[in-house]
Design a protein around this ligand. Sequence first.
Ligand SMILES: Nc1ncnc2c1ncn2[C@@H]1O[C@H](COP(=O)(O)OP(=O)(O)OP(=O)(O)O)[C@@H](O)[C@H]1O
Length: 242
Amino acid sequence: MILEIEKLSKKYGDVEIIKDLNLHIKKGEFISIVGPSGCGKSTLFKIITGLLTEYTGRVRIDGSMVKNKVISYLPQKDLLLPWKTLYENAAIPLEISGVKKERWKEIITPLMEEFGLSGFENRYPHELSGGMRQRGGLLRSFLIDSDLMLLDEPFGALDALTRSSMQDWLLEIWKKHNHSILFITHDIEEAVYLSDRVYIMSARPGRFLDELEIKFPRPRKKEVILSQDFLEYKGRILEKLK
Ligand SMILES: Nc1ncnc2c1ncn2[C@@H]1O[C@H](COP(=O)(O)OP(=O)(O)OP(=O)(O)O)[C@@H](O)[C@H]1O
C-alpha cells in the first residue's frame, strides 16, 4: 500500500474541517476525490504532504510517517516561478535533491519532449498557454522523486477542449510512469473518466460518503463518457452529493 489514512480528523480552532477519513491507495492506482467547495480536500493534501502537522489519526506513506517522505504535489495553480524559464523551473526538484547540474539537461530534455514542451524551454511562464503551464507544472512534479503524486484540481482553469486533451495526455503519462495518483476535482465526469476509484466527500466537516470502483477497461477511450454505465456512475455520485 502506497498511502494509508485511518480515522483522520482535522480542526482549525474549534471548527471541524475533516472527520474520520479512511483512504488507501495501492501502487499504480488512479484515485479521485470529489466533493463540494470547502469540504477540506486541499487540507487533506496538505496533511499528506506534511505541510500541516496538527491532526488526529494515522497517515502512512509506504508504511512510514509523512514527515520522512518527499511527495510530489501540484497545487491548484501551477505555481511555476514567474522569474524562471520553463527549463529553470523544471530543474528546481533536481537542484533540491542534489542532482549534479551537468546531468539536468539529459534528464529534462526527454521529458520536455514527452510533455509537448520542446522548443519552449527558454520561455517564461507568462509566455506559455494555460495548458502548457499546467504541463510544465506536471513535468516539474514528475521530477520529484516520489511514486505518489497529489494533483489538486490541475485542469480547473482550462477551457473544455484543452481540459479534455489534457485528461487523455495525463492518462498516457500515468500509465507510462506507473505512478500512483490522488486527484482532486469538482468535475464528476472527469473523476469517473480518469479513475480506478472515486471517493465522494461530504460538505464540511468533510467525511467520505462513499467509494465507487470504476470498472471501465484501460486504456480508456473518450466514447466511454457516452455509455449508459458512465451515466450510472455519474448519477450515483450526484445522488450522494445531494
Ligand atoms: N488556515 C486556515 N485557518 C482556518 N480555516 C481554514 C484554513 N485553511 C482552510 N480553512 C477552512 O477550511 C475549510 C476547508 O478548506 P480547503 O481549502 O481544504 O477546502 P477545499 O475542499 O479544498 O475547497 P475548494 O474545493 O474550494 O478548493 C474551508 O472552510 C476553509 O475556509
